[in-house]
Design a binder for this molecule. Structure first.
Ligand code: GLV
Ligand code: MN
Ligand code: MN
Length: 410
């Protein structure tokens, strides 16, 4: 590592992000499912760069990349993730990893800075195999049995097979050393339009929503689509479609001001034009920062299901398959982001909750955690057109580095 303090370099940040965009490129975005060849090359790319920041690099047994410093003084952990949703955007994840790398490159060699930024890329934030598997492993909330059970959502491949295929099976999983870090800082694109529509540069995240997910199954009767009269059909697909519409009619009367809900996947079984579906399934997600709101909506969902079942044509079962506690971001970290924004983003910042899930909510269970957002053009994300203006990327990086400097100096 050079002894000379290095200057913040916005062009270097952009170049790094474009280098990662070139790995697994898809249209203007990327396709990097967890443990794909492009994902693994991105992890190797990061591991090769960490020594530039005086960090010893390790890819652990769950696919986390960790850069560890031998410098004395306080350590701040920073990062995000490098896999993507399928055929999705280039900044969701890599932005936070590259900002962390830049902060480490600027601050770690500087003898005037006591302590160091340590860099992390958490595996599978995007949930190809589970939910937050990498960060949960790091905080000690992922068992071997959880890994045994994890399956690729797009193929029959198990997590164990995937770990074997990419050469990570048998490696130890890195665990957080209690007390090592003064906190965790993550940057991310906003993935919404709050900042852009208000002409702001920085979102200071106050809380991260909880995400609850349900598998809702409908049982009817599979039969011939030509000979079965409409009056006697037990069409599970039709029951599902009606249920979706009823959710949209009834949830507004029970939800909170920022609750969102999504039917992200529908399966009709057997799914053929001449067959009335006997079975149908939907994956349904609710997000809110207040667990009481979720509990109320889940009760409503179950009572709606019971009503449909009682009508006798199709039966409906609601199974909760994922719960996620919302997380509060640390007050002192919020202040540090805000004062860095005052100095390096003309004060164009706003405090706001995150409607997306992030690894910071997992790290927040063991240390103070904070997040900053930069604007997303048109509020688009989880789509390959996702983008952020270069000037906003550079401003965000500068604010991130200066926030790290302030946190290490406290
Ligand atoms: C994370 O990508 C989320 O879906 O919130
Ligand atoms: Mn995402
Ligand atoms: Mn993300």
């Amino acid at each position: 590592m050079p002894d000379q303090p290095s200057q913040f370099d916005g062009a270097r940040v952009l170049a790094d992000l474009h280098a990662l965009r070139g790995i697994g490129a898809y249209k203007t975005g990327v396709h990097k499912p967890t443990f794909s060849e492009a994902h693994m090359r991105s992890l190797a790319w990061l591991a090769e760069r960490l020594p530039e920041a005086g960090l010893a690099a390790e890819i652990d047994g769950i696919g986390n990349v960790l850069g560890t410093s031998a410098k004395s003084g306080p350590k701040l952990l920073a990062g995000s993730h490098l896999e993507s949703q399928n055929y999705a955007g280039w900044l969701d994840g890599p932005l936070g990893v590259v900002y962390a790398l830049e902060a480490a490159r600027v601050l770690n060699p500087d003898p005037k800075v006591g302590g160091a930024v340590e860099v992390a890329s958490w595996c599978d934030e995007e949930g190809h195999f589970g939910s937050f598997l990498g960060s949960r492993s790091y905080v000690g909330a992922l068992t071997e049995a959880d890994i045994d059970a994890a399956r690729d959502r797009n193929s029959p491949r198990s997590m164990r097979d995937a770990l074997r295929e990419v050469g990570l099976a048998g490696r130890p999983r890195a665990r957080a050393m209690r007390g090592r870090h003064i906190g965790y800082l993550e940057a991310h694109i906003e993935q919404g339009e709050t900042l852009e529509s208000s002409g702001l540069a920085i979102g200071v995240v106050t809380s991260i929503v909880g995400i609850w997910q349900y598998k809702i199954s409908f049982e009817g009767e599979q039969n011939h689509a030509g000979t079965t009269r409409m009056a006697i059909r037990r069409d599970a697909g039709l029951a599902l479609a009606r249920f979706c519409v009823e959710i949209d009619d009834r949830f507004p009367g029970a939800c909170g001001p920022r609750t969102v809900w999504t039917t992200g996947q529908i399966t009709l079984d057997p799914g053929a034009p001449s067959i009335i579906p006997g079975h149908a399934e939907m994956l349904f997600q609710i997000r809110d920062a207040d667990p009481a709101v979720i509990a109320r909506l889940e009760d409503l969902l179950r009572s709606m299901a019971a009503d449909v079942t009682a009508q006798g044509r199709c039966s409906v079962a609601v199974e909760c398959i994922r719960t996620g506690a919302p997380a509060l971001m640390d007050g002192a970290i919020q202040e540090a982001i805000e004062t860095a924004s005052a100095d390096f983003a003309g004060g164009r910042s706003i405090r706001m909750p995150s409607g997306a899930g992030h690894d910071a909510q997992i790290l927040a269970t063991i240390m103070p955690a904070g997040m900053l957002f930069v604007p997303s053009i048109g509020g688009i994300s989880h789509h390959w057109t996702e983008n952020t203006a270069d000037a906003d990327i550079v401003t965000g990086a500068r604010v991130f580095v200066e926030t790290c400097r302030r946190l290490l100096a406290r």
